[in-house]
Structures are given as structure tokens and as C-alpha cells.
Design a protein around this ligand. Structure first.
Ligand code: ZN
Length: 463
């Protein structure tokens, strides 16, 4: 069955065909390690993980490269503002290197908790300065750069198809100049390849280059490192939709100018997570991280489950209430799986095949996760399959969901809850229904549900 994915470059869903037989080159823009990742960033990494799992499920081999931005990413996309790393260092009274190291580790912990498969290669921008300078030199030789007081810039007006990914209206941009403008910059869309160190102070991170001491612009690292590891043209490049107009647009401009070849065949972008209808920005005062969720007693995988409920190309509204209901859904799923484990094995081959086919159809239709989750619930209710056969199929689906369903354990019900259940039983026997209702509510508030059966009541985690 063919895999179809949505390509931002063509604005179409296309059949995916890798350049080299079976091997897929995948590059995903990684974190800027000056702070913890916020859950909006994490949604993008979950989407990319699902993509990778779908590729693997389709029997492709994947070479996945992710960069770690530890230099040169300014607080504004228009090459102005502070260096994010230096800002982080100042905030915490540490060196930029310490900051980078600390937040890289924190990022690795986050993705592990979210059951995200690690990239084959994680590359730090500062480890590939030489490659970035070489790329800039190539662009200089081709006459696409100019030097101003602030640094070396790419002249976007020399490129006929600049902005093709974002379908940028260059004339419109010129008319509505609202971005901060670097002095001496020729065109509004021109961007820094190399920024010079200030003359009067020493930066913590700076390097010598043929054009002067300084540090690389943010975009150049992704071009230099992706081409180093995946070749001048490769299959898939991903990121959040906020990368389309500037970061990815500039990656294309500089890479294609340097090589004269198409840079990437498929561009894929994950939509935003909205927090109270506003884009969550890491630079803002309060942002929610995975530890915030954990402190509120949410399992990171419940957040992953929450993200699966929306298609990656739809924005997703975050609230703690919405996460709470996802958490309950996830608990319910785990309980069902526990029940299935105890069932007798029963299977109808054609029904099993039907589920398999339907699942593949959904995931190969541009990663339809809400559809795949709905199918999972159908399977759970399916009467024609039970026990081990049903479980095998569920665990096969979980290769995509990544919810660690094989490791679920039966929830131990705490003594406190069991005592409340006993008291409620007693109240019911004494026909004290007001009291029994009160106790049921109390049990619910503590996150458990009672199902009354003919025999003993069943208590489950989740409401
Ligand atoms: Zn990037």
C-alpha cells in the first residue's frame, strides 16, 4: 500500500517515494537548548516520531538527523535581538556551554519520557562550525552575499524563486515593513549567514572565519548539517509551521544556491498547540513544560495520547481539562487491555486482516491518528476477536501510537479507595442511598470509578 504525505512545498498530498530504494533521509529541526522545551515544541516532536514510526511500519529504513541549536539563534526571526543562549546564561548565572549541556540533557529526558525514538544522529551546531563557514564561502564565491557592519548577509533578491515554500508575497512584505530592520540590509527578506562579534566585547561563543570573528546565523547550521549527513538532496525535512516563512525558506535559499540542486523533496510541518487560544511561546513568562504536567500528576504518555487525538495538520487546543479527559481515556484504554489479557483467545482471520488493512490505510493517509485511534476503540469492542489475538493486534498498532501498551500493569487500587468502596457497600446494604451516592462521588473525585455488578462492585482507575 502506498504512503501518502502532505508536502508543504506543493500544498498537496503526494505519494511518498524515497530517493534511494528503501532508505529515507529524514531531518527534523531540533531544540534551541537555552531553556526547557515547552509542550507546544513537544507536540511537533511527537508528530515527527509518528511519521518516523509510519515509515518504519512501511518497512523503510530511516536515517534520522536532528540538530541541537546551541548557538546563533536570536530572540527575533529578523536577525535582531539577543542571542537566546547568552540570554539563558545570563538568566541562570552560568556559562553558555553549561546552559547548552544542561538543557540538551533535559530535552533527551523529555523525549525518552514521551517514548520518542531517538534520532540516529543528534548534531550540535557548535560541532560543525567548519562546515557552516565552508557553505558561507561557497555562497560568497557565487556572489550571493554582502557584508555590512553587523555581519555577512544573503541577498535574497538574487534568487528568482525565493520564498517558494511559504509562497511569500515579497512585494507585499516590502510594502508592509513591520519587522525590525538591520541597518544596511538591502532587502527585507535578506538574512544573516554570519554575525560579527561586537567590537567592544568578547562573546562566550565566537569563532574566527575568513570574513571576521563572530558566530553563525541560525539557519546555516541546518543546511550545513543536513547536507553533511543526508546528502545535497534528501527526502523529508520537518518542523513546526512557524518555521515555514523564515527558517525553512532560508534553508532552501542558501542550500539550493550553494549546490544548484533541489534541497528537499518533501517538507512536512506540524500545527500549533494553542494555549488559551494563543500561541505558546517559550520566550514568554509562563510556559508549560513536561515537568509542569508531571507535577500535576499527568503521565507524559497521557500527553502523547492527548496529541494523538488531533491530526498533526490541525491546531490543538490545550487546557488542563482537555488533558484530564485524555488522561481518563488513556486509563480506560489500559483497563480494557488488562481485561483483554484475561480473555480466552478467539480469532476470525478475515476480521483480523480487515483491521490490519484498515489501520494501514489510515496511517498511510497522511498519518490519520484520530482515525487510527477510533479504529483501536472499534477493535477493543470487536466481538469476533478476543484474548491474545486481539492483544497482538493492539500491540502491533502500538508500534505507531507509541503508548507502551505492552508494559501496562494492572493498577493496584489503594487501600484508601478500597475502604471507601467497602463503606459504600455497607451503606447500600443498609439502603442508605444518600450516603452511598456521597461515597461514590468521593471515590470519583479521587480518580476512580465503581461499576456495580451482580456480585462484587468493580473499581477502576479513571473516571
Ligand atoms: Zn532547522
Amino acid at each position: 500500500m502506498v504512503l501518502q504525505i502532505y508536502n508543504t512545498l506543493t500544498r498537496k498530498k503526494e505519494i511518498f517515494t524515497p530517493l534511494k530504494n528503501n532508505l529515507v533521509g529524514l531531518y527534523t529541526c531540533g531544540p534551541t537548548v537555552y531553556h526547557y522545551a515547552h509542550i507546544g515544541n513537544l507536540r511537533t516532536y511527537i508528530f515527527e516520531d509518528i511519521l518516523k514510526r509510519v515509515l518504519l511500519y512501511n518497512k523503510f529504513k530511516v536515517k534520522h538527523v536532528m540538530n541541537i541549536t546551541n548557538v546563533g539563534h536570536l530572540t527575533s526571526d529578523s536577525d535582531t535581538g539577543e542571542d537566546k543562549m547568552e540570554k539563558g546564561a545570563k538568566r541562570e548565572g552560568k556559562s553558555v556551554w553549561q546552559i547548552a549541556d544542561f538543557y540538551t540533557k533535559a530535552f533527551m529526558e523529555d523525549i525518552k519520557k514521551l517514548n520518542i525514538i531517538k534520532a540516529n544522529i543528534f548534531c550540535k551546531a557548535t560541532d560543525y562550525i567548519k562546515e557552516q563557514i565552508e557553505l558561507i564561502t561557497k555562497l560568497e564565491k557565487k556572489g550571493f552575499t554582502y557584508i555590512i557592519e553587523d555581519g555577512v548577509y544573503f541577498d535574497t533578491s538574487k534568487l528568482k524563486d525565493y520564498g517558494k515554500l511559504a509562497k511569500l508575497d515579497i512585494e507585499g512584505l516590502k510594502a508592509g515593513t513591520r519587522v525590525e530592520f538591520v541597518k544596511g540590509k538591502k532587502n527585507i527578506t535578506d538574512f544573516a549567514l554570519w554575525k560579527f562579534s561586537p567590537k567592544d566585547k568578547k562573546r562566550q561563543m565566537e569563532w574566527d572565519s575568513p570574513c571576521g570573528k563572530g558566530f553563525p546565523g541560525w539557519h546555516i547550521e541546518c543546511s550545513a548539517m543536513s547536507m553533511k549527513f543526508l546528502g545535497e538532496t534528501f527526502d523529508i525535512h520537518c518542523g513546526g509551521i512557524d518555521h515555514i516563512p523564515v527558517h525553512h525558506t532560508n534553508e532552501i535559499a542558501q542550500s539550493e544556491t550553494a549546490t544548484g540542486k533541489k534541497f528537499v523533496n518533501y517538507w512536512m510541518h506540524g500545527e500549533f498547540l494553542n494555549l488559551e487560544k494563543e500561541k505558546m511561546a517559550k520566550s514568554g513568562e509562563n510556559f508549560i513544560t513536561l515537568s509542569t504536567l508531571e507535577k500535576r500528576d499527568f503521565d507524559p504518555l497521557a500527553y502523547r495520547f492527548f496529541c494523538l487525538s488531533a491530526h498533526y495538520r490541525s491546531s490543538l487546543n490545550f487546557s488542563f481539562e482537555a488533558l484530564e479527559s485524555a488522561k481518563n481515556g488513556f486509563e480506560k484504554l489500559k483497563n480494557k487491555i488488562w481485561e483483554i489479557k484475561k480473555e480466552k483467545d478467539k480469532v476470525k482471520k478475515e476480521i483480523k486482516e480487515k483491521y490490519r488493512e484498515e489501520f494501514l490505510k489510515l496511517i498511510n493517509n497522511n498519518l490519520d491518528m484520530p482515525g487510527a485511534l477510533a479504529l483501536l476503540w472499534d477493535l477493543i469492542k470487536e466481538k469476533e476477536i478476543s484474548g491474545k489475538s486481539k492483544l497482538d493486534l493492539i500491540l502491533d498498532f502500538d508500534k505507531i501510537f507509541g503508548l507502551n501498551l505492552k508494559d501496562i500493569k494492572e493498577e493496584k487500587i489503594p487501600k484508601e479507595i478500597l475502604n471507601l468502596v467497602k463503606q459504600r457497600e455497607k451503606a447500600r446494604q443498609e439502603r442508605n442511598f444518600a450516603e452511598s451516592d456521597k461515597l461514590r462521588k468521593l471515590i470519583q473525585e479521587k480518580g476512580y470509578t465503581i461499576e456495580d455488578t451482580k456480585g462484587k462492585p468493580i473499581v477502576k482507575k479513571g473516571v
